[in-house]
Write a protein that binds this ligand. Structure first.
Ligand SMILES: [Zn+2]
Length: 119
């Protein structure tokens, strides 16, 4: 069994200054693992939050780590192209990127449905 031991935490800055966070929850069945990014979004949505100002991803690895492909697709439903994402190293240095840089041509069923969710 191989489980990646990288601690990830995510800080979502909700629209109304309320902050939420998530951690990755690993599972021996890899497909059942929930990344911190998706955990944070699911937690926020379950609490009625659908508008986000930014997303921060920090790990205990001394390099910038970005959301995995599954999380990028998941985020597509909740953020716009210029949505800021902060990648943070343990020494607190960070790199700011946009969602579009991570996911330049995202799969969306209907772009107007995303606008309804974030407005
Ligand atoms: Zn992920």
């Amino acid at each position: 069994m191989r489980i990646v031991h990288i601690r990830i935490s995510v800080l979502d800055v909700h629209y109304l200054t309320k902050m939420g966070n998530g951690v990755n929850v690993e599972n021996c069945s890899y497909g059942a693992t929930i990344c911190a990014e998706r955990a944070a979004i699911i937690k926020a949505v379950s609490e009625g939050q659908k508008k986000f100002l930014a997303l921060g991803v920090s790990t205990d690895v001394n390099e910038f780590n970005s959301p995995c492909g599954m999380c990028r697709q998941f985020l597509t439903e909740f953020v716009h192209d210029n949505f800021p994402i902060y990648l943070v190293k343990p020494d607190r240095t960070y790199k700011k990127i946009t969602f579009e840089k991570l996911m330049p041509d995202p799969f969306r069923l209907d772009s107007s449905s995303m606008e309804k969710k974030i407005n």
